[in-house]
Each structure stands twice: as C-alpha cells, then as structure tokens.
Design a protein around this ligand. Sequence first.
Ligand code: FCB
Length: 426
Amino acid sequence: MSSTPSDARFPDDFVFGVATSAYQVEGDIENDWSDWERAGKLKDPQARCGDAVQHWARFFDDVPLISALGATAYRLSIEWARVEPRRGHFDEAAWAGYRARLEALVKAGITPVVTFHHFTHPRWFHQETPWHEPASLGAWQRYVTRCAALLDGLDVVVTTLNEPNVLLLGGYLAAQMPPGLADGRKAFAAFANLVRAHVLARQALRDRGHRAPVGIAQNLLRFAPARRWHPLDQALQRLADANYNHAFLEALKTGVLQLQMPGFTAGRERIDGAEDSTDFTGVNYYTRAHLRFLARPPFVDFSFRDVHRRGLTDLGWEWFPEGFGETLRQVQRYGKPVWVTENGLDDRAGSRRVAYLRAHLAQVLEARRDGVDVRGYLHWSLMDNFEWLEAWAPRFGLYRVDRDTMARTWTPACDEFRRVATGRVL
Ligand code: FCB
C-alpha cells in the first residue's frame, strides 16, 4: 500500500474524463453558427468550422483514444441541427448514429456525460423561435423528449445546458454570438426560458424513468476589481459575480430568477418547477477577469492580467488556479455534489498543459480536503477543436490534431493525465 494520506489521493470512485461539444469536433453541420461564420462574424472572417476534426466520421476510432488516457467519462453533446434539420422533422439515421456512439462508449467502460445544448441551434430555431419567444419551449420540449428516449437503458450523466450565461451574454446582450441580439428585455425573457428549458429537460428524463444525475455546466469566472480601492470597480465585481456566475444557478436552487445589471437588464421572476432542480453543480473554470468601471458606454472594461507574472495562456487568459479552488468552495453553497465539466487552456506549443493540469488538479484535491464534494474532473478538451469566434488558432486538446491529415497525436499532457487518472495521486 502507498503511504499517501487519503486526502492527498483521488479516491477510486473519483471520475477522470475528457470533454468536447458536437459542433466543435463533429464536422459538416449546418446550423446558426455556420450561418454566423458565413456572415463574416468570426475574428477571421474567412474562417469556417467546416469538417471540424471529423469526429462524427472517426468516432469509433476516437473511443480507444479516450480509453488510452485512462479516462472513464466522456462529455459530448447532441447536435440539435443534426437530429432535427427541419422543424418537426427528425433524422432517424442521425438519432441511431448517436445511439451507436453512446453504446460504443459504454461498451468501452466510459460513462457518457451527455449535453443536450452546447451553444448551437438548428438554423430554423433562431430564425423562427429564438429563446425570448414562448414558442422556443415547444420546440425544445419535442427535442428533449427524443433525447430522453435516446438514453434509454444507458448509465449516463446529463448536462442539459452548457453555459447559458455565455449564450445569453454573447447572443442576447452583446451581439457576439447567434442570434446576435443586444436587447435587455429580450435577454431577460430568454434567460427565464432557458431556466424553463432546463426544468423541461429534467422532467422529460424523469418522465421516461431515467435516474441519471442532471445538472447544467456553468461558466464560472473569478472576478476582481481592476482598481482594488475603487468602490465602482468593487461594485462591478459584486454585480458580475451575482449576475454572470450565480443568477442561473440560484434560479435552479431557489426557483427565483433575479437579474440586476444596471444599464443592461434587470428583472425578477418565479419559475415553476425550478426550485431544487439539479442533482449536481457543473463547473467550467478557466480564468479570472479584472473589471474596471468606465464613465461612458460600454461602462465596463474587462481584461485579463498577468498578476503573478506566470504568463497568460495563448488566448490571453490569466493563469489562475487559485481561482479554481475558490470557485469550487463557492459553489458549495448549492449543497450538491460538484462535477468539473470543463477546465483547460489554449497552449499552442504544447509546453504548458502538463503544468496547468497539475496546478488545477491540486486545487481539486485541496477543495476536497476542505469538504467540497467534487466527484469528477473532465478536461477540456479531448483533442484540438474549433474554438468559436477564435476558430482554429487555439489548441485546447490533450491530443494534438493536424487538420490536414486529421491525425491525432499523443502529447506529454496525455501521459500526465493518464498517470494521475490511473495512479490517483499528483
Ligand atoms: C467554454 C465552452 C467550450 C470551449 C471552452 C474553451 O466556454 O463551453 O465550448 O469553447 O470554453
């Protein structure tokens, strides 16, 4: 027996896994994002997701790559546009394709962590019934009823929604993602409907007899005042933490959605069925942001600072593992088990991922020592993929992907992940 104290180890039932989302890896999908790309809205207006990294076509060859990491969970998403390319018209072959892929994972001893919604929508959804319209929920209800049937008899974990806060900010308040709105009133209505969407999805699973744990994957940023002494920067920090990080999670706990973003949106609404509607808290943690109040629109300056001179990541995000520990301790307030549903970095040379992984896993161990019930850690990402507005420049993968040949290459971070996942110590 090793002499490592038990709180310095990951217990045997702690789950190590990896994550992706459909649009970012599968390839050949037509949806609201492919339209967004054609409209020239990415940082590089010529960039396209296109065939992504051909994960749909290569799925069955990619499964052994997941196993080779010692991973026993794989977070993936269902692409709504693939299974319902036209409103009300399901593509049965696509549903069967997902079923075969989920079964292949289970057969390989990998628990699927299935996300129903990861930023993208069928083209018709945002054209006809965006989230601020009540009819959005009818379309969603039909879709999640089929998702529930897809999972029959499978042992899975479900994240209904990925980062609704990012979708709402980017898509409904800042016009940076589809549907490209910047409208406080519509954003509040969309926010409330996404809370309802989570409730409906969980209900669809329960109606079908599924006992799977159900939650959302929330983007949680650490916030800091740009000027530590400045009361308005401090006020911004509090507002950002409450509205961006916690409003959605609070709604799923208390049943009340409350937003207070002066100049952007505000409102309060009780949402039927939302009270105590999650089984775990899904944490996507990457970095910390500094906020500075500006006297003129847009009123907020948002920046990443290299406070500790550790070097920013290649996307320019602060390297701040301490914030991960703080975040894990903070979400204890929800009183549910915690899953790290994403954590990782853009590391184009592949020289820093081992250190990042170690520093962040150390925070998981520390949080567990402090009593936070962290059940699993899913690294973003299994392999390099399409990074939304930034397209192909970032590299988040444990496996490096050559997009000319589509070859997946093992990296030193794969070794490290495997060592920890199988050895259970850092
Ligand atoms: C998260 C997204 C994920 C990926 C990472 C880098 O916000 O959920 O799709 O883009 O960031």
